[in-house]
Ligand binder design. Structure first.
Ligand code: AGP
Length: 614
């Protein structure tokens, strides 16, 4: 996700745009840029790799005059984070400049058509294709900018929030949205535009939330003009902002972590966009398609990761061995890099990392690469060190994860790895077409099923209050949900500082059951699965020793409900997909216990979001 800002009005645009980018930097920060039309009618575009501060330094000696401009801070989805791919993007003639937050799914087809018309491209981005399409439409259909944008967007498939300038019309700022947020601020003799209200709130509390497939024309001295991309006039609905600046950066949530937990229906939809096609019962993972033989001939898959990413790797082990029938080893990167592992040239090594900068995981794949293995990374930061060192990979596209405790990145990692396991299995014939199609349908329903689980947030918050003085927790799970038990324990540990251990449920009787007492709450992840009756027995063993059980069960489960102290229900789904649902209550439970304890949820003590040191 990226941040966009626009301004047209009585004041100098540049300072307002830069300050707005700083407010939006939490949305993405791998490069930034600004476009301004000065009094001489020149359209100046300045861009810099890195944070907004780099752009400010670059602009220090530049002509930043002009009372109209747009600016962008980037979270790369297409094209490496560098100056060329940074926004704004000029059109071919440099008459137009555009900024964009979103993904144009059919950009390749549109680009090919424009290249046939003689257009050339400087960047690898989908955004540059869009501005060229607008210019091509404006010139060949002899229409004004707004109409050209309307006609161009009618051809676009994907998500966008855009703002575009035409140096021949310095009195007009055009914007549009579909699937990505866009807010208009109404000041006195000035208009603001932004991805959310944080760049606007200090200037005005009068805002318009632009709806999907709407185009906005902001012209000085005129009222806001809103139409659909099919040119149906809309009456702007002006609202008053009631949130504080700090709350606004978190989308109204008290913490980034809760915001990111609640984002998961959307972020998983984003992560699957262009990959899972439920209409065609298909999964298209370019990283797999381009390297099929590597996976089909692999004698072994080694997964290397740390922390939550390592838990995602454990879940992948169950899925890959079940559906692709390739032996999998899951390694802690910090151990793998030093234990002199045997690595063969026909090994596939999968590195999982949200940040793409974890030192131990980076070192682990450096070692594997030196020994000739094929490196495939699952990462959330385009252009980070780990994907750059990898032979191929799959970006999770969930946008910046600000909370130190990983949530939306984890579910996206599990989704990506499940897609990979199914793609390999279908190619190898170890997954039948019927089974494959059923799993694709189930995968497509996961975002809405997560939304259903999130509706229990308040109930989980109330449950959490009874554990603020608890000193220890045990988390149990089996099969696909054993790693979920580990993840739930880690979430609690890292944000509430309560000691928690995850175990395979059947392992309890080999020692840990000695810990069970009334003072030791036990969270059991027990959805319907092949070994459901076994885990019910494990729950009974705990209850027989006065243990307190909080169970995560499949909705409608009456058996566990009779014996557990608390039950949190999740919708039914295929066993391999249950972790995507059962982890949600554990994320919420950890969050609410930590909040009830007054902990710093987003920045827990002793931790960092990316561990770039050993
Ligand atoms: C998880 O909540 C923690 N933030 C931590 O365990 C994290 O998963 C680990 O440091 C790995 O980070 P990475 O995914 O960026 O490599």
């Amino acid at each position: 996700m990226c941040g966009i800002v626009g301004y047209i009005g009585k004041r100098k645009a540049y300072p307002i745009l830069i300050k707005g980018l700083h407010r939006l930097e939490y949305r993405g920060y791998d490069s930034a840029g600004v476009a301004l039309i000065n009094e001489q009618g020149q359209l100046n575009v300045y861009k810099a790799k890195g944070k907004v501060a780099e752009l400010e330094a670059f602009c220090a000696e530049k002509d930043t005059c002009g009372n109209i401009g747009i600016a962008h801070t980037r979270w790369a989805t297409h094209g490496e984070p560098n100056t060329v791919n940074a926004h704004p993007h000029y059109s071919e003639s440099e008459r137009l400049a555009i900024i964009h937050n979103g993904i144009i799914e059919n950009y390749a087809v549109l680009k090919a058509g424009l290249m046939e018309q003689g257009y050339t491209f400087k960047s690898d981005t989908d955004t540059e294709v869009l501005v060229q399409l607008v210019e091509y439409t404006q010139v060949n259909r002899h229409v004004d900018l707004k109409t050209a944008v309307q006609l161009a967007l009618q051809q676009v498939v994907g998500a966008y929030a855009i703002a575009i300038l035409d140096k021949e019309h310095p009195d007009t700022l055009i914007a549009a949205r579909k699937g990505s947020p866009l807010v208009v601020g109404i000041g006195k003799d000035e208009y603001f535009l932004a991805s959310d209200a944080t760049p606007i709130v200090e200037y005005t509390d009068q805002v318009i939330y632009v709806e999907d497939e709407e185009i906005v024309a902001l012209r000085l001295g005129e009222k806001v003009d809103i139409t659909t991309i099919n040119n149906v006039a809309k009456t702007p609905e002006i609202k008053r902002l009631e949130l504080s600046l700090s709350q606004l950066e978190k989308g109204g949530y008290p913490h980034f972590m809760l915001k990111e937990i609640f984002e998961q229906p959307r972020t998983l939809t984003d992560s699957m966009r262009g990959r899972v096609n439920v209409q065609q019962d298909n999964i298209a993972l370019s990283g797999f398609i381009d390297n099929k033989d590597r996976f089909l001939n692999a004698k072994r898959i080694i997964i290397t990761a740390c922390g939550t990413s390592w838990h995602a790797g454990l879940i992948a082990m169950y899925a890959i061995e079940e559906y692709a029938q390739i032996p999998v080893e899951v390694e802690y990167s910090s151990e793998f890099r030093y234990r002199k592992p045997v690595i063969n040239k026909d090994d596939v090594v999968i590195a999982i990392s949200q940040s793409g900068e974890t030192a131990d995981t980076l070192a682990a794949i450096q070692l594997a690469k030196e020994k000739g293995a094929f490196i495939f990374s699952i990462c959330n930061v385009v252009g980070a060190s780990i994907p750059r060192l990898s032979d191929s990979g799959c970006y999770t596209h969930v946008g910046p994860e600000i909370g130190v405790a990983s949530t939306k990145a984890f579910t996206a990692q599990v989704t990506a790895l499940t897609m990979l396991a199914l793609c390999i299995g279908r190619e190898k014939g170890t997954v039948s077409q019927t089974q494959f199609e059923h799993l694709v349908q189930e995968l497509g329903q996961i975002p809405q099923k997560i939304a259903q689980v999130l509706q229990q947030n308040q109930r989980i918050a109330e449950l959490a209050h009874s554990f603020t003085d608890t000193q220890n927790f045990i988390y149990l799970g089996r099969g696909y949900n054993f790693p979920v038990a580990l993840e739930g324990a880690l979430k609690l540990k890292e944000i509430s500082y309560i000691h928690a251990e995850g175990y395979p449920a059947a392992e309890m009787k080999h020692g840990p059951i000695a810990l069970i007492s009334e003072e030791m709450p036990v969270v059991v992840v027990a959805p319907r699965c092949a070994i459901y009756e076994k885990i019910v027995s494990n729950i009974q063993e705990i209850k027989a020793r006065q243990g307190q059980v909080i169970a995560v069960v499949t909705e409608g489960d009456e058996q566990v409900r009779k014996i557990a102290d608390h039950c949190i229900e999740v919708p039914a789904t295929e066993e391999c997909l249950t972790p995507l649902l059962t982890v949600i209550p554990l994320q919420l439970l950890a969050y609410h216990i930590a909040v009830a304890k007054g902990c710093d949820v987003d920045q827990p003590r002793n931790l960092a979001k990316s561990v770039t040191v050993e």
